[in-house]
Structures are given as structure tokens and as C-alpha cells.
Design a protein around this ligand. Structure first.
Ligand SMILES: [Zn+2]
Length: 297
């Protein structure tokens, strides 16, 4: 069954939620926005959450605010990073609340992944083909979110996020749950040798070998030095190499490029389009509602 289920609001943002996690982990909020139910005009129509794509900042802020409100959250408790296709993992704490929510100047600098164990904070990252990676350790009560394009994937940003959770929170990879969200799929993601080389290095085992038969699971040669690459499966394998159990990883079947009625695709739309936002947060249980979430949600 598809992990990321689409929920359309009658009036408001359409959101993808991970139902199995919502049932199992009521202390969490996580998901990904669609392109439906916002204020932005074409070519950003309509729920663009990216401040960096040329859209009107007021529309982006309105969209982000509407998403936070739909989750009974307050945008002032969200945190955004400046995404640079790197592999730096930032530790987010209480003083980071609100960074990057309304202006780019306060985003966490050069940050494609972040982790926190602070209840009430919501980590958010922006996507339009790259792969959102979600992490939750129910034992230490810590979370992580990473933005993995091919460069971040090849730089093992998934493993670096897991290592950061081990280092900062004492997490054991065998306890960590992970989810891999909508991104461009193998059906549509064509790359060349310059991409496949680093991806092979990231996948290689201790013996440095990746046998040809296995590689087809991750990429398929289509001739003339071109390949179809499955970034979702590559990231899943890197998580498993880092110690996460295969059964603890949810993987979407959704391709952004195949689904531009619901999702933005940078490639499919020629680079001029909006961004979805992935989010994950620990609800502030036992805290006053003014700390973040209101009501029972
Ligand atoms: Zn596709």
C-alpha cells in the first residue's frame, strides 16, 4: 500500500500524510505538501512553499501559514534550512524556532539535513524532485529530516543524519524508523555516468564491489552512457547499510514527474515551478497549547 496518502482539504492545503506512522506515533506530525490549495499564481500554482523560486514572498508566507494552521501548529515554531545540495547535518534546538519561516536571511546556513529532540519544533525542507528522508527514534524521542538530491544521496546524507542522531542523542540505528517521500522516480529520472559513478561509490560494500545484477535495482542503463536512476531505492540501501532495519523503512511509490497534477517537478516543468515542503515535528505533549500545537492534534 502507498505510504504517503493524499488528503484534500475542502478549502485549504492538500497534504500527504504517512498513515501508518500517524497511527503508531501520535507524538509525531509529519508529511509533505502537495501543490493544491494555496495562493500562488502560475508557474508556482498554487501551494508553493519555497521562498527562493521567484514567487511573491507574501504568497509563500500565506501558504506556509495555512499549512501550519491545518496541522494545528504555529509557523513561528518551524525551522527551515538553506538547501545547497550538501550533506551538512545541523542540530536544532529551542533557540532556532522560527528560523527561515518568513525570510531567507535567518535560514540555517548551508543545511540540507537537521535533527532535533526538542518537542514543539517542526523541521521543514523544500522539494521538487529531490528525495525527502524522514527519521524518528521512538526510544530517544528524536527526529531528523534530510533533502537528498543525487549529490546529497551520493554524499550519504542519509547515513550522516543517522550518525548525527547516534552522536547527539545516543540513538541506535536499529531503533530508528525512516520514511522516503515523493520524488522523481526511476521511471523519469535520466542521468549520465557523471552521476552513476558517485552513486556506485555510495552503494559499494566494504569490498568496494557492486555486482551488475544487483545494480539494476538502483539504476538501469538505457544506452549512450545514459541511465534511469532510482534515488529512493539508493537512499533506502544507504539507510540499511547504516544500520536501519529494512522493515523500519517506508518508501513511497509516488513520482513527482509523473504526478504534476498534485506535485511540483523541477525537471518536468523546465525549472520554473514551486516547491513542496516536507515536515516532521515532535508534538509538545504536556506543554501549554501556546507552546506550539493547540487542541488534541
Ligand atoms: Zn515518473
Amino acid at each position: 500500500m502507498e505510504s504517503f496518502q493524499y488528503e484534500a482539504e475542502a478549502e485549504g492545503p492538500g497534504l500527504f500524510r504517512v498513515k501508518s506512522w500517524m497511527d503508531r506515533y501520535p507524538q509525531l506530525t509529519l508529511g509533505m505538501t502537495s501543490r493544491i490549495g494555496g495562493k500562488s499564481r502560475e508557474p508556482f500554482g498554487t501551494l508553493n512553499c519555497g521562498l527562493h523560486v521567484g514567487d511573491l514572498p507574501a504568497d509563500v508566507t500565506a501558504n506556509r501559514t495555512a499549512v501550519a494552521q491545518a496541522l494545528n501548529s504555529d509557523l513561528d515554531h518551524w525551522v527551515y534550512g538553506e538547501q545547497v545540495h550538501g550533506s551538512t547535518v545541523a542540530l536544532v534546538g529551542p533557540t532556532d524556532r522560527g528560523r527561515g519561516t518568513r525570510e531567507r536571511e535567518t535560514e540555517l546556513r548551508a543545511t540540507d539535513a537537521f535533527i532535533t529532540n526538542t518537542p514543539g519544533i517542526v523541521l521543514a525542507a523544500l522539494f521538487a524532485d529531490c528525495v525527502p528522508l524522514y527519521f524518528f527514534d521512538p526510544v530517544t524521542g528524536s527526529i531528523g529530516l534530510a533533502h537528498a538530491g543525487w549529490k546529497g544521496t551520493a554524499a550519504c546524507i542519509a547515513a550522516k543524519t543517522i550518525e548525527a542522531m547516534e552522536h547527539e542523542f545516543g540513538s541506535s540505528p536499529s531503533d530508528i524508523q525512516a520514511a522516503i517521500g515523493p520524488s522523481i522516480g526511476k521511471c523519469c529520472y535520466e542521468v549520465d555516468d557523471g552521476v552513476i559513478g558517485p552513486i556506485r561509490e555510495a552503494l559499494a560494500g566494504p569490498d568496494g564491489d557492486l555486482c551488475g545484477e544487483e545494480s539494476d535495482r538502483y539504476y538501469t542503463a538505457i544506452g549512450s552512457g545514459k541511465y534511469k536512476l532510482d534515488l529512493q531505492q539508493v537512499n533506502r540501501q544507504i539507510m540499511i547499510k547504516a544500520g536501519i532495519f529494512p522493515a523500519s523503512i517506508e518508501v513511497t511509490g509516488r513520482c513527482t514527474s509523473c504526478t504534476t497534477d498534485l506535485l511540483y517537478s523541477y525537471r518536468r516543468e523546465g525549472g520554473q515551478t514551486g516547491r513542496m515542503q516536507a515536515w516532521i515535528g515532535l508534538k509538545p505533549s504536556g506543554r501549554p497549547s501556546s507552546e506550539g500545537y493547540e487542541g488534541s492534534c
